[in-house]
Ligand binder design. Structure first.
Ligand SMILES: Cc1cc2nc3c(=O)[nH]c(=O)nc-3n(C[C@H](O)[C@H](O)[C@H](O)COP(=O)(O)OP(=O)(O)OC[C@H]3O[C@@H](n4cnc5c(N)ncnc54)[C@H](O)[C@@H]3O)c2cc1C
Length: 661
């Protein structure tokens, strides 16, 4: 860009008439890129309208206005919350985690622990129901009986079921079949189509009545016009996400793509000028001008941003990526402004969006105490925050900062995202629980800190630390998980945190008469079968809960382990030989296709009695959280469901969550 023009807050098309804005006689570059941004707003508005019916249905439930916004502590009435368990469920306390200090759980410990959990935690007092459970077939019959009984009908009249509104993509099954095809891990045809459309709009903005080689000014305008887009897509308290009902994590790929296009435009702009100055023999004199020096620094900052934001950098050196991002963005914005004041409105808009985000993040931050304990079989640290027990939705995550020297001198500076594994306003009095897998330096230090725990009568082995918990973020958006008829929750490794959060929430809603779900299948893929041990009491309690009352959703849990042992340790094989009904642990990969088909069929079967229809299923929900490979397999399984089956179930909807995407 060649000379300063306006300092207005928003570029007023009529006032931007400087010759500096024109690449061809009379052509207004500022006007064009401003209109292109308006077109992008219209594009977002289209998706907003498509998601509006679902948003309207969501907000007819008053709880949806408050849940998932601010973390808090609420005092639960006795009717909602049973007595605080004196001992927390064994899987998650230190009692079973320090194998060196405590005896290994015996094969019957799961039963004792789950009884303790339920009796103390108030899920149900009928804990022995777990012994009477006899698999999905009979529980289906049991459900059918209850569905059709007159007392059942009377009870349903008092329920406050969540209304179901299918997603617009569910209403166009052929379209969603195509859009779900994966092009590469993490990118479907649907996602790629949006990128292509965006790219086409940028091409138009860059090329319409302009030659990038001879008129490089235009690409400079295209670059500055995209600054607000890139910043908006990067915010955690994401206004676009709120409008579209999508978590910021889902918009992240768009942020990366828009950022790359912006840097491409900056480079074309700079190279064009370098080329023409070289031809004219004025390169040195032009480069000596302050505005071009600023422009050159902006170019270097933009290129450095791209270099330090590659997948490799993000995965291997996340800390460096974040530091370089901050330095790069600040340098870029300041120098672009010095280079051309035409960028002012766009930079101001971006700054406003960024400041709003930071302010809201501050509002969403809680300073409190957390208890850490190491779960050795899972290689995880359990973080329990008793001071927060409400304010999130199933599937949401928080960003955790530990204020302890135990994580190294600069450990307190790092903030890491973890999915909430417990349920808001839990009936058993649990607070916010996170389960953090040991993957890199920070999580390993956290685990080591937890292992240095002290023993206390009330808490077992645990370590208390001061923490900042920021959130909640992400989650299901406008989707109401409990408004579906059936659910398949697939988890891989540490993705179990997501599935546990969702499962417990669905069971709690069921208990409160707010869930339509009739059957839930949890599939967990792990490497080592011993990973089941720490979660066994919790699984047992959830299974018992689901089978102990007439209207409870039936739950089945199947764990598949990929690393087979010819001789698993004795305590593992002993425990695996006496699993509670409803829980299976088998070697090999999970059978996703047949499991999904069975969930769909069970969800449908509950709406038919002989030839008679008793209502219509409200769709089947599939969630997956874990490695990319597993998410791809689930996506394939969802796509392969026969159209007839899919239609009978009222649609099959997929929600995927990949850590670190
Ligand atoms: C939305 C979301 C929810 C998550 N939920 C869970 C969970 O419930 N349980 C669990 O065990 N893990 C979860 N993770 C992954 C967890 O955040 C990382 O494993 C952890 O941050 C690794 O930190 P590290 O320094 O020990 O490892 P590193 O070796 O530094 O990083 C390992 C991986 O984690 C990513 N990562 C590192 N730091 C961050 C950060 N500050 N923000 C985002 N990504 C980062 C890196 O890209 C890298 O791929 C979640 C991630 C996301 C994005």
């Amino acid at each position: 860009m060649s000379s300063p023009v306006v300092a207005a807050a928003i570029p007023s098309v009529s006032t931007l008439k400087s010759a500096a804005q024109t690449s061809t006689a009379g052509f207004d570059n500022a006007n064009l890129v401003f209109n292109v941004d308006l077109f992008l707003v219209a594009f977002v508005a289209l998706f907003f309208l498509l998601s509006l019916p679902r948003a309207v249905v969501r907000y007819t439930h008053s709880s949806e206005w408050f849940d998932g916004q601010l973390l808090r502590y609420v005092t639960l009435s006795k009717s909602r919350r049973s007595h605080r368990p004196e001992t927390l469920p064994a899987p998650l306390t230190a009692a079973h985690t320090h194998t060196s200090r405590t005896p290994t759980p015996t094969s019957t410990d799961w039963l004792n622990d789950s009884e303790k959990y339920m009796d103390n935690g108030g899920y149900t007092s009928a804990s022995h129901a777990v012994l009477n459970r006899s698999g999905s077939g009979s529980s289906q019959a049991h459900l059918l009986r209850n569905y059709s009984s007159s007392s059942g009908r009377a009870r349903r009249a008092h329920l406050n079921l969540q209304s179901h509104m299918p997603n617009w993509t569910t209403m166009l099954p052929q379209l969603s079949w195509i859009t779900r095809i994966s092009l590469r891990p993490g990118l479907t045809i649907g996602g790629a189509s949006i990128l292509i459309a965006y790219f086409a709009v940028m091409l138009y903005a860059g090329l319409y009545m302009s030659n990038p080689f001879t008129q490089p000014l235009r690409t400079g305008y295209v670059a500055i016009s995209q600054i607000p887009v890139v910043v908006l897509l990067a915010t955690k308290v994401n206004v676009l996400g709120m409008l579209l009902g999508a978590a910021y994590t889902r918009l992240n790929y768009l942020h990366r793509f828009a950022g790359r296009l912006l840097v491409l435009a900056v480079n074309i702009h700079a190279i064009g000028y370098f080329y023409s100055w070289s031809l004219a023999g004025t390169f040195t004199t032009q480069m000596a001008k302050p505005m071009h020096v600023y422009g050159f620094v902006a170019l270097l900052a933009a290129d450095a941003l791209i270099l330090f934001s590659t997948d490799f950098m993000r995965r291997q050196y996340y800390g460096t990526f974040i530091v370089m991002h901050v330095i790069g963005v600040v340098t870029f914005l300041v120098t672009v402004f010095m280079h051309s004041t035409d960028s002012a409105p766009y930079i101001l808009f971006a700054l406003a969006a960024y400041m709003f985000d930071r302010l809201m993040r501050l509002v969403k931050t809680r300073y409190t105490v957390a208890r850490l304990c190491a779960l050795s079989e899972l290689n995880m640290t359990r973080v329990e925050v008793q001071g927060i027990n409400a304010g999130w939705r199933a599937g949401q995550h928080v960003r955790l900062r530990i204020l302890s020297r135990g994580l190294g001198l600069f450990g307190w500076m790092e903030c890491h995202p973890f999915t909430i594994a417990s349920v808001s306003k839990s009936h058993n009095g649990e607070g916010l629980i996170l389960m953090c897998k040991k993957t890199g330096m920070w999580t390993s230090r956290l685990y080591d800190l937890a292992r240095r725990a002290e023993y206390s009568e009330t808490n077992g082995y645990s370590q208390e630390v001061k923490v900042l918990v920021e959130g909640p973020y992400g989650g299901p958006g406008h989707t109401l998980y409990s408004s579906f008829s059936g659910a398949l929750l697939v988890a891989g490794g540490s993705g179990i945190t997501f599935a546990l959060g969702v499962l417990q929430d669905l069971l709690q809603k069921d208990l409160e008469g707010r869930s339509r779900l009739k059957c839930i299948e949890l599939v967990w893929s792990v490497q080592d079968p011993s990973a089941v041990l720490p979660l066994l009491p919790l699984f047992s309690a959830l299974l018992a809960q689901s089978s102990s009352r007439p209207y409870y959703t039936t739950v089945n849990i199947s764990v598949s382990y990929t690393r087979c042992f010819s001789n698993p340790p004795e305590h593992v094989s002993k425990t695996l030989s006496r699993l509670p009904p409803g829980l299976t642990v088998t070697p090999g990969r999970p059978k996703l296709q047949s499991t999904l088909a069975s969930v769909v069929d069970r969800a449908c079967a509950l709406f038919h009695r002989g030839r008679e229809n008793v209502g219509a299923p409200a769709g089947v929900l599939v969630t997956v959280c874990g490695p990319q490979g597993l998410a791809e397999d689930v996506r394939k399984a969802v796509r392969r469901i026969e159209p007839e089956r899919r239609k009978r179930a009222g649609g099959v909807e997929l929600h995927d969550e990949v850590f670190g995407s």
